[in-house]
Design a protein around this ligand. Structure first.
Ligand SMILES: [Zn+2]
Length: 382
């Protein structure tokens, strides 16, 4: 769809990232939000898209962890084209910004992924950066990550990861396998660091947080569990107001009681999909490191039943949050937009509908959380 540079979208309920405004229009000028006005005060002569009765308009979803979509696995196609195909598949489910996620792989693949995402700077607004999940992980908590590529950092890794970039870089690592000061160096270079696939003790987690780690990748999954005398990373995360924890709300990965516990934590919950190629695709299976992964009962599993990412999309994640966890819709929407924007340091331009913010929006039917339309940098689809 091609809109005129100045256009407006009107909805019964507009969640601006903080509050819900009734019968409001978002005026878009080019790629940015020009203003929010009551629908009755829209100036004449402006093109207005009026959303169906009862629809919500909200900041577009931001997904920090996307392994694949549209039958593409980023590890197989760590290229600009692969990233674009994945973003296009997820956009149907309200995701207007994402980090293609490369799980543990060879240094060559890592280099390609970094190059691909850098090359999209200024050309593909929906691709906000890159998430490297691994390779510095605990072999004990590797999940489906390839043990042949799990390792400690090499001498030249820091230079690669801290090189100047045009996009956000998020690194998931196990703090206990990187040397002291490694996280500090990454954080000083603007890299977001998140704990994941880790057996870190509480003390090791607190030391990593003192170095600047604030993220927790799919909290609860693939990390040392909560225990009375060794609280581990989960307790460290839940007690810190600075912590940002990714939650997979697919009804499979984490028990609702654990998710409710996370929602009572002091930090910021973030909805992530950890999505695999079947999301927005047509095939119900794919290969990961040459192993067949099947979608069974909505879950992505290996032959031996190990979970291998998800078949989850962001709209379903928001819906599960509301319907299963009884989270008010505005809160679920914040977990899907404002919180990830803050974690990525992009909250000055994303995660809110406010003057000067980039026009990234999702229009939703709140009954079943189906996506009516999306806009990325002012450009609409649907
Ligand atoms: Zn993982």
């Amino acid at each position: 769809m091609t809109e005129p540079a100045l256009h407006a979208i009107a909805a019964d309920h507009v969640f601006d990232g903080t509050a819900v405004r009734e019968r409001t229009a978002v005026v878009i000028d080019g790629t940015r939000i020009a203003r929010l006005v009551p629908t009755t005060e829209l100036p004449g002569g402006i093109t207005v898209r009026i959303l169906p009765e009862g629809a919500w308009l909200a900041p577009g979803f931001i997904d920090l962890q996307v392994n694949g979509g549209g039958d593409v696995l980023f590890n197989d196609q760590p290229t600009a084209q692969g990233a674009r195909a994945i973003a296009a598949a997820h956009r149907k489910f309200g995701t207007t910004g994402l980090l293609p996620t490369l799980i543990t792989d060879s240094p060559e693949k890592t280099g390609l992924a970094l190059e691909a995402v850098n090359a999209l700077a200024g050309r593909e607004p929906g691709i906000l950066g890159l998430h490297l999940e691994g390779p510095y992980l605990s072999p004990e908590k590797r999940g489906v990550h390839d043990p042949r590529h799990i390792r400690r950092p090499h001498a030249d890794d820091l230079a690669l990861l801290t090189a100047p970039r045009h996009r956000v870089l998020l690194v998931t690592l196990a703090p206990e396998v990187v040397p002291p000061g490694f996280i500090t160096e990454l954080v000083a270079a603007g890299v977001r660091v998140s704990l994941g696939h880790s057996m870190a003790s509480y003390r090791e987690t607190m030391a990593a947080m003192a170095e600047g780690l604030v993220g927790f990748t799919h909290l609860f999954n693939a990390m040392r569990p909560l225990a009375s005398r060794e609280p581990g990373p989960i307790a460290a995360a839940l007690q810190s107001p600075d912590a940002c924890y990714g939650l997979i709300v697919d009804g499979v990965h984490v028990h609702p009681a654990m998710l409710r516990l996370a929602l009572r934590g002091a930090g910021r919950p973030i909805l992530v999909t950890d999505a695999m190629p079947p999301v927005g695709g047509v095939r119900a299976s794919f290969a990961l490191y040459g192993r067949a992964i099947e979608v069974q009962d909505g879950r992505c599993v290996t032959g031996d039943g190990t979970l291998a990412g998800t078949n989850l999309d962001m709209a379903s994640s928001v819906r599960n949050c509301v319907h299963v966890l009884n989270v008010p819709l505005p809160d679920a929407l914040r977990f899907a937009s404002a919180h990830p924007a803050m974690f990525l340091g992009l909250d000055h331009m994303l995660g809110r509908l406010a003057v000067g913010y980039r026009a990234d929006l999702v229009a939703l039917d709140p009954k079943n959380m189906t996506v009516i339309a999306t806009w990325v940098a002012g450009s609409g689809e649907g």
